[in-house]
Design a protein. Sequence first.
Length: 288
Amino acid sequence: MKTATTSEAAESEALEAIAERLCATTEPGARDVARRLFANGASTELIDVVLDLLQEEDARGAFAIDAAAKVLGRSVRLMPPPRRTLATAAMFAFVGPAGVGKTTVLRKLAHGMIEKDRRPLCLSIDPRAADEPDPVALIRIEDAENLRQVLRRHGPTDAVLVDTPGLSPRRGRDLAGLGEELRALSPGGRASLLLVLPSTDARTELRKNFQRFAPLKPDGVVLTHLDRCSVPATAVEEVARARLPLAFLAAGEGPGEGLWRPTPDRVADLFLRGHIAGNRASSSRNRN
């Protein structure tokens, strides 16, 4: 006879608690909000918090979802855009496990900058990086002096974007060393280390990766694979729980689309719609 694991039992208890709360919620507007949060992967704790706030504000009927969106949109810190100074360009370094979409996000960001007549410099410190047929070429660098030479050859730059090798989060010493190396590379020490994680990961895996990659001291988080994710509220909620700002949201593999700066409205959309408004490809399996 198969016995349930601890995680399966906990999940079953959580589902039962959510079902009980839904049954106990008789106000139609609040019930709709709870149903949406549940369908999109929010935890029991978050659903309880939101429902309690709706009750406190007496937000009923059609007003309930607007009140919930306002609360949820403020639930995650948002990373402000960098400010380029006359002396130095902003640097973004994309870090995280292998296969999470670091290179894809870099190319999306670079393409978006080029379309706005800005000048990104795209680099890689991954010794296994392969040249790919793409208008955005990744230049391999090895150290700070190498970077200074590339910057001199490249000329004026609005942002330096750095791809990194996928690292096992279990190699804590390597992670701390990578963080120090990237910040040493940055012109003026202004590197922003962005931890890239897939929104499709389970809650337990997201929590493990936030803990494992803590030695890097990331400045923000990028959530990828939103087009494959049916429960994006889980990942957004875990970003908030990790107390890290959300830097970018990404969907799809194409370089010229599917990258957004998070806003309160977009965050609320992921909680309540399961996708970003106007982009049905994101969370395409969700039927909200």
